[in-house]
Design a protein around this ligand. Structure first.
Ligand SMILES: [Zn+2]
Length: 82
């Protein structure tokens, strides 16, 4: 896949790891977490990364949001151990 730029911190993301499937390819509407700044980004229809707007975050199912929070927490821990 093409490298994507994090819309939050500007880092180039060259790896994509799915939350549920190990080798999935991104599709429109997918949410990813930047490993550098731990902010959420979302793929638009052209597969460019954009900042999710508030309504998307609000519409997120609670369980999904909790999963995301857990992943972010773990990533934070990893970053601190480096
Ligand atoms: Zn970032």
């Amino acid at each position: 896949m093409d490298n994507k730029i994090c819309p939050h911190c500007g880092i180039e993301m060259s790896q994509y790891q799915g939350l549920t499937l190990p080798d999935t390819t991104p599709s429109a509407g997918d949410i990813i977490i930047c490993a550098a700044c731990l902010n959420l980004s979302i793929y638009d229809k052209d597969l460019n990364l954009t900042k999710p707007d508030e309504s998307i975050l609000k519409e997120m199912p609670k369980e999904f949001k909790e999963d995301l929070d857990l992943i972010i927490k773990n990533l934070k821990k990893q970053n601190e151990q480096r």
